[in-house]
Design a protein around this ligand. Structure first.
Ligand SMILES: NC(=O)c1ccc[n+]([C@@H]2O[C@H](COP(=O)([O-])OP(=O)(O)OC[C@H]3O[C@@H](n4cnc5c(N)ncnc54)[C@H](OP(=O)(O)O)[C@@H]3O)[C@@H](O)[C@H]2O)c1
Length: 268
């Protein structure tokens, strides 16, 4: 019997690369995508050599219609797809009204349009085989609207809602769906936004998680029937506190916090 196959977007670094490593260790074949060709090639070589699995890479900028279409065409040729991890994403620290709309819109294209397009291609194959798993990488920000992150928070909230709709619809087809909602993770995410994330020992211990821990929790969580996965005790505590807090109080706290953070503007 051939190995199971997982498609991972944003596999050239961070969480996506770590998902690839964990699944490779479990003997999965992989279909990896991202923009940075050299990085993907090096991950491909490393995983093939170490685990003897098949690793296909397809470089694609999800912002470019032609490259997204080429990616979809490649996916449509795959015989079987057992897992899809919609992970590609980025942060943006620009004031919504100061950056051009085109620049802001790129986030919707990567987080929403591309993710939905790939789901649309993959799910019919999973339904046909009556088996599959989808992880949509959202964020704790989905539950924490913030004034400097209009499209980050709202696009991540879209992914949570989409995952819940999919779960309700697809559970009868034996397809698991997860919205992964991490807090801060130690990846290139923040440095790529040009943020220096100086933190105290306590902040580091309490708020920041390692990619490996997030990925282990997410994959373990898939077998449960819960759609929303909030990794880490502190993140769960924050999530429940925000849900419990009266909205008007949350808005006040968020406005004060964001004024304090305007210079560093950390988002998760
Ligand atoms: N780090 C955190 O604190 C944190 C917290 C909560 C949620 N998240 C979410 O976790 C996911 C992974 O982020 P990360 O922390 O692992 O950061 P990362 O190391 O910067 O990884 C982001 C990945 O997305 C890919 N990507 C970005 N824009 C793309 C585009 N236009 N086309 C194709 N691929 C693109 C990047 O690949 P290329 O550059 O090669 O294209 C890279 O592989 C994101 O969705 C992020 O929102 C992160």
């Amino acid at each position: 019997m051939s190995a199971q196959l997982a498609i991972i977007t944003g596999a050239s670094s961070g969480l996506g690369q770590t998902f690839a490593q964990h699944l490779a260790q479990q003997g999965w074949d992989l279909f990896l995508t991202g923009r940075r060709t050299k990085r993907l090639q090096s991950i491909q070589t490393q995983l093939k050599q170490k685990h003897g699995i098949q690793v296909h890479i397809q470089c694609a900028n999800l912002l470019k219609a032609k490259e997204l279409q080429d990616l979809i065409d490649k996916i449509s040729q795959l015989q079987r797809i057992d897992m899809l991890i919609n992970n590609a994403g980025f942060g943006n620290r620009n004031d919504f009204y100061k950056a051009s709309y085109n620049e802001q819109n790129q986030m919707l294209q990567v987080h929403i349009t591309a993710a939905a397009r790939i789901i649309h291609e993959v799910v019919p194959k999973m339904k046909h085989r009556k088996k599959g798993a989808i992880i949509n990488v959202s964020s704790l920000c989905a539950y924490m609207p913030a004034p400097l992150s209009y499209f980050y928070c709202s696009s991540k909230a879209f992914l949570v809602s989409l995952s819940e709709c999919m779960h309700i619809d697809l559970q009868k087809h034996n397809i698991s769906v997860q919205a992964l909602c991490p807090g801060f993770i130690e990846t290139e995410f923040h440095s790529r936004m040009g943020l220096i994330t100086a933190r105290s020992w306590l902040e580091q211990k309490l708020l920041w998680m390692k990619e490996n821990d997030v990925v282990s929790i997410s994959l373990r969580h898939l077998s449960s029937n819960k759609v929303i996965c909030i990794p880490g005790f502190i993140n769960k505590f924050i999530y429940h506190s925000v849900l419990f807090l009266p909205k008007c109080l949350y808005y006040k706290i968020s406005a004060i916090q964001s004024n304090k953070l305007k210079t560093s503007h950390l988002i998760a």
